[in-house]
Design a protein around this ligand. Structure first.
Ligand SMILES: [Zn+2]
Length: 434
């Protein structure tokens, strides 16, 4: 990477959010901050301010006039080893795990495979404009170690942890109660709170952990300050029925986690499609968030997440690709799919609501709003620069947009990683289109 001067001024059309636009109509929404043709000032990797006038000569100028600049996207649920199985045909969740995912994850026991996979995965995130993520590696300690090391080398904000799975998984993909606790403690000591890294107790999902392992994870979560928890919940109806058989005393799938002490304000639960009002009330009360994974939910035929019910109950909702169940690391593709899933529920979220949930909303839900998700002064300069349009159809549509929302919505709906010009992490250019 190029050596980076401490003061950078980046010129472009700056879009971020100061508050949650919610389900308001595009024109009634508040919290949208759009500053056309302005200068984003970066000092020592942090946002120093935004201004309309050109800065002084002590700033190195980067001219992205006519391009859109957003905070780097935050993908709150994605599987690093599953680039190997993205776009695999023809099955729903439980068969998909058996047929594709578990065999791919088995290979990550090999440290060299894990190291190559971690680098490929994080470089791919950056090449899609994603600068922060909450990631599942595999059950193997090496898969988490190599992922953290690769994120550290790139200066990225990453939340991850080795998967806990001591039952209902093939040979080579199971840990034990003892090994899972020892490995988790070792990884926490090595990585949690180091640079921009945080550890997440990573329960794959309820069926692959024994009661004892769930309880161990809950104890650790209460013991070590600042730990995250990530898992899956209520993705697929067959899965929900299986969980009910495995945990007959639990009120619901979500309740399995709550009884183990696994819900707190740093808990990230993917999907949450088949929840009821009582579950949503518990998510809101504990501060746990749902990672909405629309492309995965469509691809695996899992169901249509009820975003409005979650929001009305006070549940934090962020956006996630869930690759490899999801079919693209692009958060633009993910947001466009999110719109379509909500449309099938009779709801039309604004571009503002969608973008907020992948930037400032996700940062707030993760307790990281002082670090990422906006252009607030003092946050780290994680950002992405985009072409408003690529190709004749999008360019034509962009030129016809009558207002800002129309323009941003067309960008979000028609765009993808091909629109990405560059990605910066803490001010340092980490991806550049050639
Ligand atoms: Zn997942």
């Amino acid at each position: 990477m190029n050596p980076t001067p401490s003061k950078i001024a980046l010129r472009g059309d700056l879009l971020d959010f100061s508050a949650d636009p919610g389900f308001a109509s595009p024109r009634a929404a508040t919290g949208v901050r759009f500053r056309a043709d302005s200068w984003l000032l970066i000092d020592d990797g942090r946002i120093a301010g935004v201004q309309a006038e050109a800065p002084g000569a002590d700033y190195q100028r980067v001219d992205h006039r006519g391009k859109l600049v957003t905070p780097g996207f935050i993908d709150t649920h994605v599987h690093s080893p599953q680039l190997d199985v993205i776009a695999s045909h023809g099955s729903a969740l439980l068969e998909w795990l058996e047929a594709y995912t578990f065999p791919a994850e088995s290979r990550f026991a090999d440290e060299h495979v894990a190291r190559d996979g971690a680098a490929r995965f994080l470089d791919a995130l950056l090449a899609h404009g994603t600068t922060a993520a909450v990631v599942f590696p595999t059950v193997h300690k090496a898969s988490a170690d190599t992922l953290f090391a690769a994120a550290q080398a790139r200066g990225m904000r990453l939340v991850a942890g080795k998967c806990l799975m001591d039952r209902h998984a093939p040979d080579g993909l199971r840990d034990t109660l003892e090994s899972s606790e020892a490995d988790s403690r070792e990884l926490i000591a090595r990585w949690h709170g180091r640079d921009r890294l945080a550890y997440a107790l990573t329960v794959r999902f309820a069926p692959t952990s024994s009661d004892a392992q769930l309880a161990m994870a809950g104890r650790l979560l209460g013991e070590v300050p600042g730990l995250y928890m990530q898992t899956h919940v209520a993705e697929n109806e067959d899965e929900v029925r299986w969980v009910a058989q495995l945990f007959p005393d639990a009120r619901s799938y979500l309740d399995v986690y709550e009884r183990a002490g696994l819900l707190n304000e740093r808990a990230v639960l993917a999907h949450g499609i088949w929840l009821d009002d009582a579950d949503r009330a518990r998510l809101a009360a504990t501060g746990a968030q749902i990672a909405f994974c629309p492309s995965s939910n469509l691809f695996l035929g899992s169901g249509l997440f009820d975003w409005r019910a979650a929001a009305e109950a006070g549940v934090n909702v962020s956006m996630a690709s869930d690759v490899g169940g999801g079919t693209s690391l692009s958060m633009l593709r993910t947001l466009a799919d999110g719109y379509k899933v909500q449309a099938l529920r009779g709801v039309k979220p604004s571009a503002w609501q969608l973008l907020h949930a992948a930037t400032r909303g996700a940062a707030r839900a993760l307790g990281l709003a002082r670090e990422i998700g906006s252009f607030d002064a003092g946050t780290l300069a994680d950002l992405a620069v985009w072409d408003w349009a690529r190709g004749p159809v999008a360019t034509h549509r962009d030129a016809l947009a009558r207002d800002l929302h129309e323009r941003v919505f067309a960008w979000l709906t028609l765009g993808d990683e091909r629109n990405l010009v560059e990605t910066r992490v803490a001010g340092v250019r980490r991806y550049q289109r050639h």
